[in-house]
Design a protein around this ligand. Structure first.
Ligand code: HEM
Length: 423
């Protein structure tokens, strides 16, 4: 088909699919929030994949240090799965506000797979709980029986990532939708088709698991070191963690560089313009940081702030990579169908916006501060010996009460506003 005709067709089709309500506030807000929340999602995914993989490796290796790390990582994986799911919802909302026709069409073409995605995710998550149930910390750490469960969970999570990747990517090529929906002119409304996978791009995002988890372990090492006075055996263990983090970060940096290069060199014709833009060079800076991270940590191994900053910087670099990914989408959709999220009609909806930010900052903020504060203090308070009892400080207990009260007020307010609007 003539390229201009196809572009006009795509433009007409996506304009017809667009929500006439437009955006409830300036699209730039959704664009920025989309990038930041996607970065947090993919950072949580990275820890999920990295901790599940490391727990699996540790249980295969056995030995005291490996088993201790494997046990901690299996536990971390459970928390990371919860975080990845919660942090996946946020970019999903923003994508639906400013790229709705694209996300909608892609998820309709692969509708059955979006449901299979949920089943795979739930199965993987349950497997992590199975692993947890098999741990016997009082009698020593359990090993082999957990290996098949961790391996299966890891495979399921990678499959989830591959499905997310296909759905995200199909959305970028409206010119192909007709062929995918009606191959050879025959409509296939089964929702079973999966059409576009860019292996190097997928591997790039999956490989983030290594350096981001390494950043996490650098923080863990420092935290364990700070308790080593109470538990002398923690000294050698923290050295062991440092070696593990170093190797993971080293391998991760190299893989990111290789996959990133292959991704850029194999971009489809519609995205070739991207290589000539400034974005790949901005992305390269993040990859170079990841390559340098293990050496920076080695040099600054005694600097407490630097050790924790390893993980913070890994997340910051992930935000940069998320921005690059967003630039690729915005440019591709503009080329393919003239879609410009900034040109969406704005119908200001202040109450919705206010509810969103108040919920996010006040309700979410206090709950998170309570959970993190509790975890931090409990971790420092415990030496890890069986039968130990820890009492939280009064200030934290008070913060917990405030967090729960705010949640209850929010739920009541939510129903009150809904009922008031109904009648
Ligand atoms: C184990 C579970 C998961 C894994 C491994 C995973 C992995 C990924 C990956 C690799 C991408 C980037 C794909 C690309 O750009 O090529 C992605 C994007 C995304 N994921 Fe996940 N994900 C998981 C769970 C979830 C869940 C539960 C949700 C929603 C609740 C979610 C929502 C999203 C969204 C909204 C995007 C971005 C879509 C876009 O910007 O086009 N993910 N995910």
């Amino acid at each position: 088909m003539n390229e201009t005709l196809m572009q006009t067709g795509s433009a007409l089709m996506t304009a017809a699919l667009a929500d006439p309500a437009g955006a409830p506030s300036h699209p730039a807000i959704f664009l920025v929030l989309g990038v930041v929340t996607f970065a947090l999602h993919i950072a949580a995914v990275a820890i999920l994949l990295g901790s599940t993989g490391l727990a699996l490796y540790a249980k295969i290796r056995t030995g005291d240090n490996w088993l201790r790390l494997g046990s901690t990582m299996a536990f971390t994986a459970k928390a990371a799965a919860g975080a990845a799911i919660v942090l996946g919802v946020a970019p999903l909302l923003f994508v639906q506000v400013i790229f709705d026709p694209f996300w909608y069409a892609s998820s309709m073409i692969s509708a059955v797979w979006t449901l299979i995605f949920l089943a795979l995710l739930m199965a993987g998550y349950l497997m992590l709980y199975r692993v947890h149930a098999m741990e016997h910390p009082v009698e020593g750490y359990s090993t082999r029986p957990q290996v098949p469960w961790l391996a299966a969970a890891l495979l399921l999570f990678i499959a989830c990532g591959a499905l997310m990747h296909v759905i995200s990517n199909q959305a970028l090529f409206p010119g192909n939708w007709l062929d995918w929906y009606a191959p050879g002119g025959q409509i296939n409304a089964s929702g079973w088709s999966l059409n576009y996978m860019h292996v190097a791009r997928l591997l790039f995002f999956l490989a983030l698991a290594l350096p981001v988890t390494a950043g996490w372990i650098y923080g863990m090492r420092r935290w364990i070191l700070s308790k080593a006075a109470a538990r002398p055996e923690d000294g050698p263990y923290s050295d062991f963690l440092e070696t593990v983090a170093f190797r993971m970060a080293q391998a991760g940096g190299i893989l990111l560089l290789v996959f990133g290069l292959v991704w850029m060199l194999t971009l489809p014709a519609e995205q070739k313009w991207f290589v000539r833009s400034v974005w790949p060079y901005i992305g390269l800076r993040s990859v170079l940081y990841f390559l340098a991270m293990p050496y920076i940590q080695k040099k600054r191994r005694l600097c407490i702030t630097c050790n924790y900053m390893g993980f913070v910087m890994a997340v910051v670099m992930t935000v940069v990579l998320a921005a690059l990914r967003e630039a690729l989408r915005v440019g591709t959709l503009f080329e393919a169908s003239g879609w410009n999220p900034m040109a969406l009609a704005v119908n200001w909806d202040i109450p919705t916006l206010a509810i969103f930010f108040v919920t996010f900052l006040v309700v979410g903020g206090t709950s998170l501060a309570y959970i993190l504060g509790m975890a931090w203090k409990a971790g420092l308070g415990f030496t890890g010996r069986p039968g130990e009892v820890w009492t939280p400080p009064a200030g934290l207990e008070k913060l917990g009460t405030i967090a729960v009260t705010l949640l209850v007020v929010w739920v009541i307010g939510y129903f009150a506003v809904g009922i008031a609007l109904l009648f």
